[in-house]
Ligand binder design. Structure first.
Ligand code: SAH
Length: 361
């Protein structure tokens, strides 16, 4: 039985242990899991919650991911790409709100020219104290290198599922290249980025064994940042409509529920005690009143408030009815600090990079 972080041994959380917890339904046992994850969070990354301002800089995408509403096949959305000035204005907002990082996310959009974006990154780094995180899909190594040289600090690229067969079905290759996100993550690390990855919980075709393997993989990759959120069906996608041929699944389908997401969050904290882990927008979308707060109480230590201009934000519909911070919590941007104090936490100071307590130098 687990009670304090110090008596937890790795043996308890081998893949079999993870699998047992994923299947746990007893509410008293789950309370132990939450408390345990919260204790590990407290011991390794403390009470600070790092705030990252998310700017969705473009919703153009060349890919046709089976789960994502931005897929190129979806002709039903108006496409936009923010200008340099608009992005710089958002970075200034992030500074004004006291956020330590700006995250620039987009579909995989080659209309975002590598040199052009390098120029924007240089300006943000010259004019602000912000850390810069990118989440722009599977760009060629030359682009990743140019952005790193311009000063980008971190890169987010979820591997989505460690089940190779399922991955190939839901995330088709593009540009004649086999999609290998693990190899891109290794390249990013060699370039000196802090790297983030993660998965969706309950994606159709995901079984318990593969989800346990995903969590195990987080540890194997020694990730600096890990994002996990529930899969939310989008009606304009093959997965959302149910009209795709899924690979034969041997195990039982994982539900895409709020509870399952908390289990994954808590277990992720336990296997990766030092990682920066957000309480995700997808989670807040399932429980607008409390999702973000419960995520923070069950392992998470990061929140990514959306600072995309409203006229674009509604067009960045990776899944329907996305929650945004100003409507999901008592906090709007300027009220974040007070909201965190009220739930017993405090806003992170500085850039909120990974802290190392010994596992990697
Ligand atoms: N183009 C970038 C950013 C994608 S959006 C990239 O591919 O990396 C960021 C994440 O949103 C994705 O990695 C995926 O895990 C998640 N996402 C996409 N569609 C989703 C859906 N329908 N439900 C839940 N999460 C989704």
């Amino acid at each position: 039985m687990m009670s304090t972080p110090s008596n937890h041994s790795d043996a308890e959380l081998g893949e079999a242990g993870i699998l047992t917890w994923l299947r746990e339904e007893d509410s008293a046992r789950l309370e132990e899991l939450w408390a345990f994850a919260d204790g590990v969070r407290q011991a390794h990354v403390g009470d600070e919650v790092h705030l990252r301002g998310l700017v969705e800089i473009s919703n153009h995408c060349i890919r046709d991911c089976g789960y994502c509403g931005l897929r190129s096949d979806n002709r039903g959305i108006a496409r936009y790409r923010m200008t340099g000035e608009e992005i710089l204005d958002c970075a200034a907002d992030a500074v004004r709100y006291g956020y330590g990082t700006v995250v620039m996310q987009a579909g995989e959009d080659y209309g975002i020219d590598a040199d052009w974006l390098a120029g924007i990154i240089r300006r943000i780094k010259a004019d602000t104290p912000l850390a810069v995180t990118l989440s722009l899909g599977e760009r060629p190594i030359e682009d990743l290198k140019a952005w790193r040289e311009a000063g980008a600090d971190r890169y987010l690229l979820r591997f989505e599922t460690s089940d190779r067969v399922l991955y190939r079905t839901i995330h088709p290759d593009a540009r004649g290249q086999v999609s290998d996100r693990f190899s891109i993550l290794a390249q990013l690390r060699r370039l000196g980025y802090e790297i983030g990855s993660g998965v969706m919980v309950g994606i159709p075709g995901q079984c318990y064994e593969s989800l346990a393997q995903d969590i195990h993989t987080f540890r194997a990759l020694d990730l600096d940042m890990i994002g996990v959120g529930p899969y939310i069906g989008h009606p304009e996608t093959p997965l959302g409509r149910g009209d795709w041929s899924r690979p034969r699944v041997d195990g039982e389908q994982v539900p895409n529920t709020e509870l399952m997401t908390y289990k994954v969050l808590a277990l992720t904290r336990m296997v990766c005690p030092e990682a920066n882990i957000p309480s995700t927008t997808a989670l807040a979308t399932l429980n607008r009143a409390e999702g973000r707060e419960l995520g923070l109480a069950r392992g998470a230590n990061v929140v990514m408030p959306n600072i995309t201009p409203l006229r674009y934000r509604r067009l960045y519909e990776i899944y329907p009815a996305k929650a945004c911070i100003d409507e999901t919590s008592p906090a709007n941007h300027t009220g974040m600090a007070a909201w965190l104090e009220a739930i017993g936490r405090k806003p992170g100071r500085g850039r909120g990079g990974r802290t190392h307590d010994g596992s990697r130098t």
